[in-house]
Design a protein around this ligand. Structure first.
Ligand code: HAM
Length: 416
């Protein structure tokens, strides 16, 4: 009796051919602008000490309080699968002393992240992000560059129906002044214990409460934007003027609440129009206190995380990419053992020249091999037998037109 099949755990995103090709395209398009701006790769563990996230991301957040995949390892340590990339990047910068060298430290990363959310379209328990962080300088021009890099990535995919929402969460003086008035306002509200506890850790979180009655009362709450210190206002004005100069459009959203607690100053989100409830395709901002919170120096940083899964869904919704199937340059069909040796040699040489070359393996008759060649989506097909080996000439068949031309084996690369 056949054994029962095993399925992927609930809510994970995974990509298999042919759609994986689109995923790869989107991920590479999102990374490319960061590479061009001199950001360097950081490859980090997918699990970290739990404390990194409780301290770094903040206990008032859903991410930390409800969504972490946390377990005790065999050495009795509390370990968590990374729900986001910034805390780990900062941990690594401090641990490797990168902040003692040239500033800003500019790094990019890409990989899987884990949040135990309720799965739905565009919201997964394992999902993929591309991110960058620029650590060590508080220059508003970096904020504009970071935002421009994200914008360039989305545009390189061909996305048009997205907008950039922008706000400033100010410096500590701005937030302290706002917090007093916000807590005074919140004290007048009739709240349940959990919400009140959340407000004590981070009162801004109440702006993100999805309950209708909360939305109504929070609409009248004082906004941080009206409490920005002079330094924060000047910084934010500069960021906006750089974005204007770059022709990057934005909408101010003074009610934006990010799902992570470390943000200060410039904060932003990219929102796509066609994705329904899970419309955030990327987001980020500054984080003044994160490095010192994690035991490092008092240095600021800014970065973003872009959702590769959602960017792909957005590209499909806009119809800007489609799975056109796999295309290879050449499919070689060897006839016999001797021909297989020669075929392996030819394929190796052509691949060195950057060509995608496939081989018909297995003891298939010519007819079956031709069918496989057809299905493979190869642009050209060559059949290699004893005659071809002795004449050093092969017939290169163009699978599109059906036309064959005779080509010397050693100049095959020019025919493809
Ligand atoms: P985030 O907004 O939590 O920020 O996540 C960034 C992006 O990851 C989101 O805009 C979304 O596209 C995608 N994403 C988040 N959760 C899910 C999910 N469950 N399923 C699918 N996609 C998801 C951060 O993670 C920050 N570390 C970004 C950052 C870097 N801020 C400063 N530096």
């Amino acid at each position: 009796m056949a054994r029962q099949k095993i399925q992927a755990p609930k809510g994970v995103s995974e990509y298999v051919p042919p759609r994986s090709k689109l995923f790869e395209f989107v991920r590479e398009a999102l990374i490319a602008p960061a590479r061009l701006a001199g950001y360097q790769l950081m490859e980090l563990p997918v699990f970290e000490d739990t404390e990194l996230f409780t301290r770094g991301v903040g206990e008032s957040t859903d991410v930390v309080s409800k969504e972490m995949y946390t377990f005790t390892d065999r050495g009795d340590r509390s370990i968590t699968l990374r729900p986001e990339g910034t805390a780990g990047a900062m941990r690594a910068v401090i641990e490797h002393g990168l902040d003692r060298g040239q500033l800003p430290v500019k790094i990019w990363y890409s990989g899987a992240y884990f949040r135990a959310e309720r799965p739905q379209a565009g919201r997964y328990r394992q999902f993929y992000q591309v991110g960058i962080e620029a650590i060590g300088l508080d220059d508003p021009a970096i904020d504009a560059e970071v935002i421009a890099i994200a914008d360039a990535g989305f545009k390189a995919i061909g996305l048009k129906k997205f907008r950039l929402e922008l706000t400033s969460l100010g410096d500590s003086a701005s937030r302290a002044a706002h917090r007093i008035d916000l807590l005074t306002y919140i004290a007048t509200l009739d709240l349940d214990d959990a919400t009140r506890a959340r407000a004590v850790i981070n009162p801004l979180r109440l702006f993100d409460d999805k309950r209708e009655e909360m939305k109504v009362v929070m609409a009248k709450a004082p906004l941080l934007m009206d409490y920005l210190s002079e330094a924060s206002t000047t910084h934010f004005e500069s960021v906006k003027s750089y974005l204007d100069a770059l022709g990057i459009e934005y909408q101010l959203n003074p009610r934006m609440v990010r799902g992570l607690d470390y943000y200060t100053g410039t904060t932003f989100e990219f929102v796509h129009e066609m994705l329904g409830a899970q419309s955030g395709i990327g987001g980020g901002g500054r984080y003044d206190g994160l490095m010192s919170e994690l035991g490092g120096q008092e240095l600021s940083g800014i970065g973003f995380g872009l959702g590769v899964d959602r960017a792909l869904l957005a590209a499909e919704a806009e119809g800007v990419i489609a799975a056109d199937g796999f295309v290879s340059d050449l499919f070689i069909i060897p006839l016999g053992d001797n021909a297989m040796i020669k075929t392996l040699e030819i394929a190796t040489a052509l691949r060195k020249g950057g060509k995608i070359v496939e081989i018909a393996f297995g003891d298939r008759a010519l007819k079956g091999a031709m069918k496989a060649a057809d299905k493979s989506g190869a642009r050209y097909v060559v059949v290699l037998g004893e005659d071809e080996i002795s004449s050093q000439n092969v017939e290169v068949k163009n699978m599109n037109s059906g036309v064959s031309i005779s080509v010397r084996i050693d100049s095959l690369i020019n025919a493809l």
